[in-house]
Design a protein around this ligand. Structure first.
Ligand code: FAD
Length: 458
């Protein structure tokens, strides 16, 4: 006999977790099914472990420059075992917290692999047992996997994905990172600080190619200072693992030695035919096709997060989860402008942006003014010895409003949610007093340059 729930959510990553909690808050009887660990990729193999490693690496990097600030630290070295223990402890603690939160909200949490057998029917398999659920609505949030390059498949030892890169048994002496996007650049910073010789090979002509070119230029300059070699406009052709370190061959005949080859060329929606095949869902390339309400081609079945291939960001998944959960419980909401989902990169220095980029505005033929604020002109940045950074604000001259903000610099990721609130009308900007001395005054400088006298006109 099937157990009946208003909503069955599959996958307890940030998207599924948020959707289940929201459904329960809206009064629906809700079950969340997870086949591995609560927190999904984000908590277990993504955002949190990578930021934990980056935080240790950043501290090490700062400690090595402590002499600039009059503090002598004779030797700052990584203790890899402790760094890994700390990563593990943060993950396990947070998993417990998530399960507790679900319980407090009245969400039933089931461990097991969910298979949708028909619209409204889900079977959960665990330890050879199966449990049948009947669902008023189904929300799919099964996440994504690392994309593999067929000529250099993952072996978990030499050719690795970000998952293995987060828990290596020791700090490798050398690493080639294939892909200069977000994950590749973040891992490059972490391991470069820990002492690994890093070479990034990126097929496009610059690192972080989804950001404006000025961002890439600044990041590439900083990476040089960290000892990271960036080979852009180049491709990896193969990896010879018969020697140690392995020999990575590039187009043009060059080879680079590396103990580890991290392939970080993106992620692909995890659409397993065994799990959702019975639904006959319409697809959007490798991802599940949804409308603005996050509903799939099958009425009553919603999908969100990496599985729909929109943002491949945890906060993109949670933003979609709010919409899907509202609609699965009688609401009528739409996911509006994806450019308003902030983009964040936790490199040294950090990168963040929200709204329209300069290059997109130019490509659309918009009349724009760019306002800039510089860390090197900011008192707090000098006090903190963090003078490499810039904020750019993009003003749409026709509308007299800020339409995009991009930033490179320490703490940039902490400012971007606030920056989002500055997009649109000038009205709220007039009323902000930026405290002195803070890095946020750099945003004020950028806004003043972009908006000029408009800021003070009524
Ligand atoms: C190294 C790395 C760093 C990252 N850093 C950031 C960052 O700093 N900021 C950011 O916003 N994003 C970051 N991301 C991306 C972020 O992790 C993902 O966008 C986010 O986890 C997607 O959430 P989700 O809920 O869609 O899926 P996931 O987090 O992947 O969760 C899906 C869950 O579904 C479960 N599942 C799958 N199939 C079934 C089934 N049949 N039955 C039951 N359960 C199932 C899986 O086990 C998994 O737990 C990073 C990713 C990586 C790899």
């Amino acid at each position: 006999m099937a157990e009946r729930f208003d909503v069955v959510v599959i996958g307890a990553g940030p998207g599924g977790f948020r959707a289940a909690r929201r459904c329960a808050q809206r009064g629906a009887s809700t079950v969340l099914v997870e086949k591995e660990f609560p927190g999904g990729t984000c908590l277990n193999w993504g955002c949190i472990p990578s930021k934990t490693l980056l935080a240790s690496a950043h501290l090490l990097h700062r400690a090595r420059h402590a002499g600039d600030m009059g503090i002598d630290i004779p030797s700052a070295t990584p203790n890899w075992a402790k760094i890994q223990q700390r990563r593990e402890a943060i993950i396990t603690g947070t998993r417990k917290g998530m399960v507790g939160t679900l319980k407090n909200h009245g969400v039933t949490y089931i461990e097991g692999r969910a298979v949708v057998t028909a619209p409204g029917r889900v079977s959960v398999q665990s330890n050879g047992q199966s449990r049948d659920l009947e669902a008023g609505k189904i929300i799919l949030a099964m996440g994504s996997d690392s994309i593999q390059i067929p000529t250099i498949p993952f072996d978990g030892q030499v050719v690795i994905s970000s998952k293995e890169a987060l828990s290596l048994p020791e700090i490798p002496k050398s690493m080639v990172i294939v892909g200069g996007g977000v994950i590749g650049c973040e891992m490059a910073c972490a391991y470069a600080a820990f002492g690994t010789k890093i070479t990034i090979v990126e097929a496009l002509d610059r690192l972080l190619p989804m950001e404006d070119a000025w961002v890439s230029r600044l990041v590439e300059r900083e990476f040089k200072g960290l000892g990271i070699e960036a080979m852009t406009g180049r491709k990896v052709m193969g990896v010879d693992k018969s020697v140690s370190p392995a020999r990575v061959s590039l187009d043009g005949g060059q080879t680079v030695e590396a103990q580890k080859v991290l392939v970080a060329v993106g992620r692909r929606a995890r659409v397993d035919k065994d799990v959702v095949g019975a639904l006959g869902l319409e697809m959007n390339g490798p991802a599940i096709k949804v409308n603005k309400k996050l509903e799939t081609s099958i009425p009553g079945v919603y999908a969100l997060g990496d599985i729909v291939g929109t943002t491949y960001l945890a906060h993109g998944a949670t933003a979609e989860a709010e919409i899907a959960a509202a609609n699965a419980t009688g609401g009528n909401e739409e996911m509006l402008d994806y450019s308003m989902v902030p983009r964040v990169v936790f490199t040294f220095p950090e990168v963040a942006s929200v709204g329209k980029s300069e290059e997109k505005c130019q490509a659309a033929g918009m009349d724009i003014t760019i306002g800039k604020g510089f860390y090197r002109a900011n008192g707090r940045c000098h006090a903190e010895n963090l003078t490499n950074g810039q904020f750019h604000a993009v003003r749409d001259n026709a509308m007299n409003e800020i339409v995009g903000i991009s930033m490179v610099g320490d703490m940039a990721t902490e400012f971007v949610a606030f920056a989002r609130t500055l997009l649109g009308t000038c009205e709220p900007i007039r009323n902000i007093t930026f405290p002195h001395p803070t890095i946020s005054e750099t945003i004020e400088d950028a806004l003043h340059e972009a908006l000029g006298g408009l800021l003070f006109e009524q």
